[in-house]
Design a protein. Structure first.
Length: 245
């Protein structure tokens, strides 16, 4: 399994990265985990949009889904799309919400996507799919992809969560958000600090922690340093980086 970081900036694009978007490949099958604002441009440097086999949206905040709009425009108007419908796994209501984002009047996107529920989708090509509801103000699902004996867990957005820890149990790689700096009076059920990301990795017994979703106004090195205090096998992801899982 190969993971490519298309975008990793938290809460919106930053000066050096688009918002959240990750390409996962195995045996020729390609899944996008999230498609946040700014991600579609660099995505085209990693993969032909027509070669994307499925999209999994953890939730419908803009920094995780907004570039569905240029993805749809490309498939409708580039003249390069094969016309096959792409499975899109997302929270309930995604078909209506994304239609409004993409087109005035909310024209259905059923010509581009086959909408599938999360949870409820247990296979995408060669991947076994498991999900867990996260601690976040809107419906959001962490996802575990397993193929070829390897497993990757992506938290999406979450505060500390026993459900996410259980989903991540024994995973080879945990791709975990760390959006909050470690300061007093943080809002609950929203995001993880760097240390909390490390604690999640340690409690789940994962093999490796990849720290992501750090906003442009938060020190990324400080986040990964805090994670390493409790989980030494942590590293900070960078846009364009690839990882073998």
């Amino acid at each position: 399994m190969r993971l490519t970081v298309v975008g990793c900036s938290g809460s919106g694009p930053g000066p050096g990265s688009p918002a959240s978007c990750y390409l996962v490949e195995y045996d020729g099958f390609r899944v996008l985990l999230d498609l946040g604002n700014g991600a579609f441009g660099p995505l085209q440097g990693s993969v032909d949009p027509d070669a994307v086999d499925a999209v999994f949206l953890t939730h419908l905040h803009a920094d995780h889904c907004l570039d569905v709009a240029p993805f749809v425009v490309w498939h409708r108007w580039s003249g390069r799309s094969s016309g096959r419908r792409i499975p899109l796994v997302a929270p309930s209501g995604a078909d209506r919400r994304l239609a409004v984002i993409c087109e005035e009047g909310g024209k259905p996107l059923s010509d581009v996507f086959e909408f599938l529920p999360a949870p409820g989708t247990d296979r995408l090509g060669p991947f076994t799919v498991q999900t867990a509801r996260t601690e976040h103000p809107i419906e959001c699902h962490a996802v575990r992809l397993t193929a070829g004996g390897s497993s990757l867990v992506y938290t999406g957005d979450t505060g500390p969560s026993d459900r996410v820890a259980q989903l991540a149990r024994g995973a080879d790689v945990l791709l975990a958000e760390a959006a909050h700096p470690d300061v007093p009076d943080l809002p609950p059920a929203l995001h993880l600090t760097g240390r909390q990301a490390g604690e999640l990795a340690a409690s789940a017994g994962v093999g490796r922690l990849l720290v992501t979703h750090v906003p442009a106004w938060v020190d990324p090195d400080g986040q990964v340093t805090a994670a390493r205090e409790v989980f030494p096998a942590a590293e900070l992801v960078r846009t364009g980086a690839t990882y073998e899982v």
